[in-house]
Ligand binder design. Structure first.
Ligand code: HEM
Length: 512
């Protein structure tokens, strides 16, 4: 998740009006950095020395934080506006901190955009630690994303993979294929069908509400932490002045209308008992829990249900699509790995046109490719921020309560203490190596770790694995003629999750 978003001009607020706000923010930032530096603490261990403030962050915070970590070490302290912040950048330090302080670091800071988009932060991702979060997390683990439920969505994944193959085949007639676009549709459609029982890419009545535009707007609004998040008592003023509040209100109202429609459609279905358990989508399950009051100490409100649904595709679409996009980018740049993975897939699937879930356990190299992609390109490079609920001590330094914590998974994947030749794309490193991404091995934490680890590791991995295997089985892939590997721009877009700025355009030669 990205860290910083400066105010952007919009039609109603000319650029010139933004300058005083930005100037004010810069002055306040310096003033508070100085206050923090000079603040006297009661006797005890020293504070972690400050090594920077908002200005150090730049456009791609995971990269700036990585450079700071190389200079100052695996745990650094920054004063971001009014918010004391700690960044952890190595596997060893993550282990030291998370093994001891997972509980203390299990809360999230309150973010302005989450108040609007996630119904006053009552979703799972942004909800602060406490009884309510424990309750909805339990629902998520036991009901929404349980192994049984993920298994029941297998036909959806398989149908959507087949649709993805059709789309590629159609586009390949005209020469090259915009794979980024097709992978984005695949990830969106899987999630929408799993959550709502239908997709949105085919048009239809929901499109009249502008679903695709809303998703785009959502990405921009929650895409970077806005600058106001670092000045909590001025956030209303800063966001109102920059036009962010109006955009948030507008987008959340449109999502709310859409959810009302989806929920009323589902209510009818659930209450007449016409759905079998393995045909239920996530909205059906949530409505049942809400109606019966099962698993919930405090009954869920309709807004709570909407917040959880919002989480599902907010957390679940971009992440899977980004992993797939990076996987194909790395494979096209690393021909040997592409050939080895392709040979493995084809030797297991044979002449069958479609890959089955049951083929996947027999493909160790493909799994190694996915781990290597997660190591070098964790879709949310600095995970999702945590906030400490008590003072803690790390390496003899004291870190006060209410400090914001970022774990730079991107840096950890390149940590030379943990990885040999970390910059090299080498899936072989995972063959005969027990390291996995399920949160126990701190060298590889694309899904996070501890109590707040992503509850959808199995679902996310299944969505990525099946699609990647099918891409390699159904097509031979090449760069368009005249494009050399070094021409690919690897720059990432600043956002909630990070994909490449450039779309991946490839030539796909169908095998069937
Ligand atoms: C490749 C796919 C995915 C990746 C890499 C990923 C990554 C992450 C990360 C890094 C976090 C923060 C963990 C932390 O703070 O330690 C997270 C949280 C979360 N993810 Fe995922 N995710 C993926 C797919 C999904 C999917 C498909 C869903 C839902 C359908 C989902 C739902 C959530 C939720 C609800 C949380 C919040 C957990 C909490 O705060 O208790 N994720 N994910």
């Amino acid at each position: 998740m990205a860290l910083l978003q400066w105010p952007q001009p919009d039609e109603s607020r000319p650029m010139i009006l933004l300058f005083p706000t930005i100037l004010l923010v810069i002055l306040l930032n310096y003033a508070f950095t100085e206050c923090y530096r000079k603040r006297k603490l009661p006797p005890g261990p020293p504070k972690l020395p400050l090594v920077g403030n908002l200005h150090q962050l730049g456009n791609l915070p995971h990269l700036s934080l990585h450079s700071l970590a190389k200079k100052y070490g695996p745990i650094i302290s920054l004063q971001l506006g009014w918010v004391p912040t700690v960044v952890i950048s190595s596997a060893r330090m993550t282990k030291e901190v998370m093994r001891t302080y997972d509980l203390v670091l299990s809360s999230r800071p309150r973010l302005f955009a989450a108040k609007y988009i996630f119904y006053d932060s009552t979703d799972i991702v942004f909800s602060p630690y406490g009884a309510y979060w424990r309750q909805i997390r339990k629902i998520c683990i036991l009901e929404l994303l349980s192994a049984k439920r993920v298994q029941s969505f297998r036909p959806v994944r398989e149908e959507e993979v087949a649709r993805m193959v059709d789309r590629i085949q159609e586009s390949s007639c005209s020469g090259s294929v915009n794979l980024t676009k097709i992978l984005g549709l695949y990830a969106n459609d899987v999630l929408c069908r799993v959550a709502f029982g239908r997709d949105f890419s085919g048009g239809g009545d929901y499109d009249s509400l502008g679903f695709q535009d809303m998703l785009q707007e959502y990405q921009e609004l929650v895409g970077g932490f806005s600058i106001g998040d670092f000045f909590p008592s001025l956030e209303e003023f800063i966001h109102r002045f920059t036009g962010m509040t109006r955009r948030l209100q507008d987008t959340s109202r449109r999502f709310d209308e859409l959810f009302d429609r989806i929920l009323s459609e589902h209510s009818n279905r659930v209450f007449d008992g016409s759905r079998k358990d393995d045909h239920k989508d996530l909205v059906d399950v949530l409505l049942e829990i809400q109606k019966e009051g099962s698993l919930a100490e405090t009954p869920l409100t309709m807004d709570n249900v909407k917040a959880i649904i919002m989480d599902m595709f907010a957390a679940g679409t971009d992440t899977s699509f980004i992993a797939l996009d990076w996987a194909m980018t790395e494979l096209i740049l690393n021909r040997k790995a592409m050939d080895r993975a392709t040979n493995e897939v084809r030797s297991i699937v044979g002449e069958r046109k479609f890959v089955l879930d049951t083929d996947l356990p027999h493909m160790p190299y493909l799994k190694a490719v996915i781990k290597e992609v997660f190591r070098l390109h964790p879709p949310a490079p600095v995970l999702v921020p945590r906030e400490s609920t008590e003072e803690i001590a790390v390496e003899g330094y004291r870190i006060p309560a209410k400090t914001r914590f970022f774990i730079n998974a991107w840096s950890i994947g390149r940590d030379p203490e943990a990885w040999e030749n970390p910059e090299e794309f080498k899936p072989e490193r995972f063959l005969d190596c027990p390291i996995d991404y399920k949160g126990q091995d701190y060298e590889l934490i694309p899904f996070g770790t501890g109590r707040r680890i992503c509850p959808a590791v199995t679902f996310g991995a299944a969505t990525v694995e099946l699609a990647l295997t099918q891409l390699l089985h159904s097509f031979d892939w090449e760069l368009p003629s005249g494009v050399k590997p070094e021409d690919l721009d690897m720059t990432e877009v600043f956002g909630i999750t990070m994909h490449r700025v450039e779309e991946l355009i490839l030539v796909a030669k169908p095998r069937f």
